[in-house]
Design a protein around this ligand. Structure first.
Ligand SMILES: NC(=O)c1ccc[n+]([C@@H]2O[C@H](COP(=O)([O-])OP(=O)(O)OC[C@H]3O[C@@H](n4cnc5c(N)ncnc54)[C@H](OP(=O)(O)O)[C@@H]3O)[C@@H](O)[C@H]2O)c1
Length: 336
């Protein structure tokens, strides 16, 4: 299995996240609102890149239906999905299971080949993840997948996959002003080895903006992150610094928050969740100077302890407790 000759790049620096559209993420989304948000995102110039997952309940199917109903826009839409086997089946994942999940994603999305499949493994202490990634790479060679990525892999585990020859092009991780864990070694290694970081959590679910419109699972997730970096007072300082720069640059706080993530080494794109209000940051609105970056980092001096996703892997801890580990069971994952 050969590595791609040049680092892969997302066709857009802004990827629209579709977790928000899934059943259970939060109230306020209907099918009509989801289609309207997708139409608004598609109306912006350039390719539309969407991020979803096999475990975002109902979303791959919804995107497939939206794409089918918008024939003219379909050519400009790229969909990144994920392969997230349930925690309870990790020790039984085999080649056939992986093929079935990938076939199910292709069917739901209505595509011949999945643009990017991002591999997640809930518990790295359960063996089998290198083998599973190899099987995913085989599906790429068979033409069912265009690119293989990973999500929430720390430096050590990504290293293992790359050394095993898995052609990983991207690692989707939380990277924001509040969560700078990827900057402690992972980003540098990604630069060296040609892996692109796709950054989620850049707006902390809306906490790093003028405000989210409603409660959501994103807010639960990022409130726990705020707890790690010093609590509401530190969040307020971070928001004030974002606002100060935004006002000076004629941009929005969301523009500045996204610019911060994109200014970090190896960061190829920011994944920003679709907004019920049709909001979208402009990734080209601001180029942060080193002084601005220093100002932001001084406002939030600490970050989440440990390596990438380490705190989340503690299932009894404040991050792990709020996650759902069995969403692939929903629907027809086993038989598909
Ligand atoms: N791999 C993983 O483990 C993982 C984990 C989490 C997320 N993700 C991915 O990342 C995506 C982003 O989700 P997230 O949870 O990190 O949320 P986020 O992108 O930090 O926050 C997005 C939310 O911020 C609000 N918002 C406020 N001001 C905004 C503005 N100016 N522009 C745009 N949005 C604004 C919007 O909600 P309103 O509706 O209130 O406007 C929007 O839904 C997900 O959809 C998913 O694809 C991946």
């Amino acid at each position: 299995m050969n590595r791609p000759p040049r680092p892969w790049r997302s066709p857009s620096r802004l990827i629209r996240g579709c977790w928000q559209l899934s059943r259970g993420h939060g109230p306020g989304w209907s099918r009509d609102l989801a289609f309207a948000a997708l139409d608004a995102a598609a109306a912006r110039p350039g390719p539309l890149v969407l991020d979803c997952a096999d475990i975002y309940v109902g979303v791959e199917k919804l995107l497939g239906e939206w794409i089918a109903s918008r024939g003219d826009a379909a050519g400009r839409v790229v969909v990144h999905t994920k392969f997230v086997p349930d925690l309870g089946v990790l020790d039984g994942v085999d080649r056939g299971y992986m093929r079935r999940i990938v076939q199910r994603s292709r069917r739901r999305l209505g595509v011949n080949a999945l643009d990017l499949v991002q591999f997640h493994w809930w518990d790295l202490a359960v063996p089998g993840w290198v083998q599973a990634a190899e099987w995913l790479a085989e599906l790429r060679e068979a033409g069912l997948i265009r690119q293989v990525g990973v999500t929430n892999f720390d430096q050590r585990s990504l290293h293992v996959l790359l050394d095993a020859g898995i052609p990983v092009v991207s690692n989707q991780v939380q990277l924001s002003l509040l969560d700078r864990r990827p900057l402690d070694g992972l980003a540098e290694m990604c630069l060296e080895r040609g892996v692109t970081l796709l950054c989620y959590g850049t707006l902390a679910g809306g906490l790093l903006t003028n405000g989210p419109s409603r409660e959501s699972r994103s807010l639960d997730k990022y409130r726990a992150i705020v707890g790690e970096v010093g609590g509401p007072l530190v969040l307020e300082r971070g928001r004030a610094a974002l606002e100060e720069i935004a006002v000076r640059e004629g941009a929005t706080m969301a523009d500045v928050a996204v610019a911060y993530a994109l200014s970090r080494p190896a960061a190829g794109a920011a994944i920003v969740g679709l907004s019920r209000r049709g909001l979208a940051p402009d990734p080209r609105a601001v180029t942060l100077t080193p002084a601005n970056i220093a100002r932001l980092e001084a406002a939030v001096p600490g970050t989440v302890p440990g390596s990438v996703y380490e705190a989340e892997r503690d299932r009894a801890g404040p991050h792990g407790r709020i996650m759902r580990y069995d969403l692939n069971r929903d629907g027809d994952a086993r038989r598909a």
